[in-house]
Write a protein that binds this ligand. Sequence first.
Ligand code: CU
Ligand code: CU
Length: 610
Amino acid sequence: MKNLHPCKSSWSRASRIGTTIGAFGLAVLFATSAHACDSCNYAFKEEVLNERAGTLVGRDLLAAIENQKDLPLGYTSALASTSGAEAPSPVLMAQASTPRAPAPMLMAQASSTPAPTPAPAAAKPLPALFDGAEFIDIIRRDESLTTRSTSWVPQDAVPDKKFEIIMDQGLSYLGNGVVYNGFRTNRKIPGPTFIMDEGDIIELTVVNKGTIAHGASIHAAYTQTSKFLGAIPPGEERKLLFRATHPGVFMYHCAPGGHAIPMHVLFGQYGMMVVRPTKTKYKLEEELGHGPDVEISLIQHEWYANGKDAIEGNPMYVTFNGKLFRYIEEPIKAKPGDYVRINFLNIGPNLLSTFHIVGILWDYAYWQGHPEAMVPGGQTVTAGPADSWVIEFRIPPAEGSYTMLSHAVGSTSRGAIGLIVADKDAETPVQVAAEGPEYTEEELEEIAEKAVRRISPFEIGSDDVDGPVVYGSDVKEVTVKIIGNSFYPKVIDIAPGTTVKWVNEDVFAYLAGEFAGIHNAVAISGPERFVSPLMAHAESYSFTFEQEGEYDYICTPHPYMKARVIVSAPPAPPEEPVEVASTQKVPMWLAALMAVGLIATSFGLIRKKS
Ligand code: CU
Ligand code: CU
């Protein structure tokens, strides 16, 4: 097999040796386990494929590679590294099944699709920025339509605005004494709110200051974004230029590729972009003749304590703009009569929101913030994950408070609630950004020390969240699921002689980026060593623990995934029942005498009656 990357040999050799002979192979493996190199993704997949040659999984993956190999995918494919896609080894390619031909019906439909028609020659002159562009006929057609153009611009265009996003991993504070360890944007969850005008050419730089691959997907751009911003290796940065063609309220999020995209979204990397309309005004602005007095950008989003809950949509907390009860603690102030606009985005990533303000009916709401998608009136807006609305209303002519909440009230009671207070002394205009509170690293460390609870979806949180699940000595086998880049349960307490079976429940094994949903379980401390092979979906590995002690282990493709096995002898059986003191015990002879007496008495009574 071709050696694809210098670190490949040590990784694969280490795991092979480690599985069979232990100590030496493990030393090599542990030495390399701290190593974070994006190209290893490629090497791993090669190994995964070779081990599965001839299996159904291997056949499916190879078919994907075969079908993708000549496509202009940009950075990504079923089996691509981010640092240049080398072809899989010829041996593997030869095993790939022949791609199935498209069904005849699909072929018929495809052949009847008309080719794009070039625009009439009389179309208006193109902006100079498109000079020399490929597909110029398509650009000319799009520029001449009444509908908006796409966001594509040459990557050497001159930007109107420049924005920067910094991706990393670390702590944030949720409020109520809870600290969270996850994935951040500009050291917050949610990341910064970016406001731009329709028509602006935006230069967006994404910097990866983390230790694993991150990236970005930009919903405000009607053009490819992951080709430019997907799967950025640690320490590197990438740029995208796009034109903000479509007004509205949009999500952006981390996009390191494949399985890692939902993981990084579930664990905190996202934010809001607002594209203000310049061609059409929102209706209330037009009626009142001025912009909003209070503009609130509001993200509703969920927090998960482990990967299983994240995949299943069972959040521990739900917040507005990154903090539990944030706008109860610091109510947003408006004056009676003020014009309020809310840029509302439900990030989810799983739950539906029905946003409502107690005491307010909307004057107008705009689906996804598009000024032409106007809905008059209403008590709620219904927003699925990544769904948004611009909402406009007036504060009635009185002082008092208005409660903002998701009327899917499970989320309200988990933290998604806040206040707008009408106060005649409020100072407006005011703008609220849809981003998490900002703390210095020192402040976050202090918060972490004082926190009453720590949650971390992929690491071991505080005992009240991830405390050991204890199994008795009668349990001979325990299953630990690997799901959502997290072990579940994260900490187990078992008796010596118990077998632990790890099963990979992650399904998404395709595409490049942070290594796909393929995992292993590798001991990094403890009296015995175990090293599982890499497990694809539904594969498993078992190890029987004989020696007492604590075993910390990780997944080496995702070294942030941490868990523990505690092997402890079962508590001694309860002592023999204590002999009842002889004074309380009735001797046999006395018992017999009493029984005879009782029978005699009963007999006497019966005799008397008769
Ligand atoms: Cu990320
Ligand atoms: Cu993993």
